[in-house]
Design a binder for this molecule. Structure first.
Ligand code: IPM
Ligand code: MG
Length: 361
């Protein structure tokens, strides 16, 4: 089959990690008789440098025309990069929020998995994580505080700022449905996270999630307050299967969950709309301090490409072969610097990409 993939290398380590994911995809194409055509698009800092804005209509249109989008990372060092002297709406991050909204990518899936081979990197006590854990954070991505009205103003000589957290029931329902659908294929447990003891938006969230749950008797639902969830993630991460939550809470909890795995360089993510279309990117950032040094870990991007094969292109077997290749390379003791441990063999970014490609069966 032929597929049209939009590639957004982005900023910092983005180009080098996307290159390795493309190498792996090309190997998959060759082994399984597919054809992947890539269209390279600019977003974030790279787009600012070329066009003065972090997102252009051309990028949106070409992304929409593709079967899926594979992205590296965007953004630079906020202290030193000239991008951060621009007004907030012109900075790299605004491009990312803009493309999420323009493509309707309301469902953000962020797996946080403890790899057996990397258990030593987990900062929690061994007795808390024995047997590993496998959490799927489902973060609402196009509503809430990120997209509500905001302004900064002066009143009676005092500086003020306001951000608004708005949700309507449809926005809550569609992400809840995705979460239950995904939980059905996993362990069947949804923990919906909110701040219903304080926020109206959370009370609405809770009641809509309860309504959706009625259609999924096979899935067990519980509600948890966000502050408690932050605590439970480090106290007992094994209790979680799918965590369903709004945009801002999901931003914070997904960073916490990835840190708990100890290997953020391994974690993929998918952002989906209500069709099979999606944007796939690693959970980590653009790491400008090591950009261009050929030492970044490409595995999160390679696993994002695998999620793309599975969710957008419906190529489950091919996705399995990528996941298995990554497992095999880890079992064989190959590591990039960020996950290195004693007795293992250190690889550069491109060596890791090649090693994984060799293991695609
Ligand atoms: C993320 C990032 C973005 C977000 C930033 C870069 C705008 O932190 O994808 O989690 O807050 O969504
Ligand atoms: Mg974040």
């Amino acid at each position: 089959m032929k597929y049209n993939i939009a590639c957004i290398p982005g900023d910092g380590i983005g180009p080098e990690i996307v290159r390795e994911a493309v190498r792996v995809l090309d190997t998959v194409a060759e082994k399984y008789g597919h054809e992947f055509k890539y269209t390279e698009l600019l977003l974030g800092g790279a787009s600012i440098d070329a066009y003065g804005v972090p997102l252009t209509d051309e990028t949106v249109e070409k992304a929409k025309a593709a079967d899926a989008v594979l992205m590296g990372s965007i953004g630079g060092d906020a202290k030193t990069s000239p991008w951060y002297r621009l007004e907030p709406s012109k900075r790299p991050e605004a491009g990312l929020l803009g493309i999420r909204k323009a493509l309707g990518l309301f469902a953000n899936l962020r797996p946080a998995v403890l790899y057996k081979e990397l258990a030593a990197a987990c900062p929690l006590k061994e007795e808390l994580t024995e047997g590993g854990f496998d959490i799927m954070i489902m973060r609402e991505l196009t509503g809430g505080l990120y997209f509500g009205e905001r302004k900064t103003y002066v009143e009676n000589g005092i500086r003020c700022a306001v951000d608004t957290l708005t949700y309507n029931e449809n926005e809550i329902r569609r992400i809840a449905v995705k979460a239950f659908e995904i939980a059905k294929k996993r362990r069947g447990i949804v923990t919906s996270v909110d701040k219903a003891n304080v926020l109206d938006s959370s009370r609405l969230w809770r009641s809509v999630v309860d309504e959706v749950a009625a259609d999924y008797p096979e899935v067990s639902l519980s509600h948890m307050l966000v502050d408690n969830c932050a605590m439970q993630l480090v106290r007992d991460p094994k209790q979680f299967d799918v965590i369903l939550t709004e945009n801002m809470f999901g931003d914070i909890l997904s960073d916490e969950a990835s840190m708990v795995t100890g290997s953020i360089g391994m974690l993929a993510s998918a952002s989906l709309n209500d069709t099979s279309f999606g944007l796939y990117e690693p959970s980590h950032g653009s790491a400008p301090d090591i950009a261009g040094m050929n030492k970044a870990n490409p595995i999160a991007t390679i696993l994002s490409a695998s999620m793309m094969l599975r969710f957008s292109l419906d190529l489950g077997r091919e996705a399995d072969s990528v996941d298995n290749a990554v497992k095999k390379v880890l079992e064989d003791g190959y590591r990039t610097g960020d996950i290195m441990s004693e007795g293992c063999t250190a690889l550069s970014t491109d060596e890791m990409g090649k090693k994984i490609s060799e293991k695609i069966l």
